[in-house]
Write a protein that binds this ligand. Sequence first.
Ligand code: FRU
Length: 491
Amino acid sequence: MPQDVDYSQKLRPQIHFSPPKNWLNDPNGLVYYKGEYHLFYQHNPTASIWGNIHWGHAVSEDLLNWKHLDIALKPDEYGLMFSGSAVVDHNDTSGFFDGEDGLVAIYTSALPQKHKDYYLQQQCIAYSKDQGRTWIKYEDNPVIENKRWKDFRDPKVFWHKETESWVMVVTNGKKVNFYRSDDLKNWEFTSDFACNAFQFEGVWECPDLIKLPVENKAEEQEWLLQTGFQDNSLAGGSGSQYFVGEFDGYQFKNLNPDQKTFWVDYGQDFYAVQSWANLPQSQNREVWIAWMNNLAYSDTLPTNDWRGVLSIPREITLAEYNNEYYLKQKPISELEKLREHDHSVKEHDIQNVFDYKINYDPFEVKFTAEIGPRDKMDINLIRGNNLRISLLVDKQNKEIVLRRSFNIDSKIGKVFNDTHSAQLFEVREKIDIQFIIDRSTLEIFINDGEIVFSDLIFPDDIDKTILSIESNSENGKLHDIEINKLHSIWE
Ligand code: FRU
C-alpha cells in the first residue's frame, strides 16, 4: 500500500485521519495489539461515495501518525462488510490460534435484497494470525443469523471481566440487544435496552458500551452506553446519544433520567463513535474516535477524489453533577507532540478586540473567558474569507451557542445548520475554551470537555484566517490565551 498519498488538497485535514483516496465512513475494529493501534474503517475503494463497502485498514504507534495498510475485509457471499469491532482473543477462546492469542473481528455482513430497499444484516466473524495484515473468514458464518429484522447491525464486542464472558452490544431497530458468548462463535441473546428512542427518526446504529471512571467521585465507575441514531438529532441529521448506568454482563440499567437525552456532541459532525479495545492498563484511560460527518449530507461534501474524515481521538471519562452522569471528552494527550507554541497572552481586557493573524494551518487556540456581570458574552472567534465562528455564553439561561458561517454549497442542503446550542452543566464564573481548526474540521472543547461541538467547515481560504476575539461584554476578561501551530501528520 503506497504511503505517498497526496494530502495537500485545500479541504484535506492535516492532523486528522482520512483515507488515501475514495470514501470513508465509520471507524471499525479499533483495537490495540502488540504496540499498534489498529484502525479499520468503512471504505469504498472504488468511488468517493458510499457503496461497495470494505474494511480499510491503518495502524499507528501514537494514534496520530497513520500507516495505510491493505484492505482487511472484502465483500463475500453474505454481502458488504458493514461496521463492527475487533478484540484480542488472549486465551484462544475461539480456538483459532493454536493456544496463542490473535485478533478476531466481529462485523455485520449486509446483503442487498432483490427488489427491496434493505440489506439482510447478519453478524459474522473473521480472524487474523498476523497482527491484522490478513484475515480469514470463519467457515460457519454467520455467527448470528437474521431471519426477522430489517436493521440489525454494528456489533461491538468486549470481554466482560466480572462474569468472564464475551459480551456483544448490537443495534436492532430502535434499541440495542445484548448477547453473550464463551468462544466468539456461539452467541446467546440476553436482553434489550430501549429508552427515549421513539422521539427520534431513524434506527439506532453503531453502539458502544464501556466502563469509565467518574472523575469527581473517587473510586466510582459506571458504564457508558452510546448509540447513534439516524435523524432528527439536536444539531440536525444524525447524532449520538449516551446513557450511563449499571451493566451486570446481561442487562443495562440507566441511572440517568430516562426521558432526558444526553448528547455525545453538540455539533453536527460526530457520528458512529467507537472506543479502542485492549488499551494497556498502564495508560489508565479510554479513547474513542468518530466519523466527522452526518448521514444527512455525507455524500455531497465538496471534496472530490477523497471523502470522509475521522475526529481527533478523544480521552473519555464521566462526571456527576446534580445526580446526573455526564460524559467528558478531551483530545488525546499525544496531541502535544504536534504542538508548536506560537503566541500567548496572560490577560486581555475584553473591551478591546484581540486580533491575531494566523498564517499557518492547522492550529489550536485555548483561553479562559471570565464572564462579566451582564451574564452574557458573545465571543467572536474567527474571521476569515467568508468564514465566521462565534460563541455566545449565556449564564442566565445556562446556554452556550456556537455559530459558524461560510459559503455553503447549495448541494449540501438544508440540514446543514449554522447554529448549535448546548446547556451548561454548571454555571461558573470562568469558562475554558479550546478549539482546533484543521482545514475543513472544527472541534471546540468547553470546560475541559464537558461540552464539545464538532463541525465541518468549508472556508474559502483558510490562510486569510484571523483569530479575532471580540465581545459585547462590558467587564469580561480573557486569561491565558495560547495559540499553537499543529504540525501535519501527513508530511
Ligand atoms: C453508520 C452505518 C452503519 C453501517 C454502516 C454501513 O454510518 O449506517 O450502521 O454498518 O454505516 O456503511
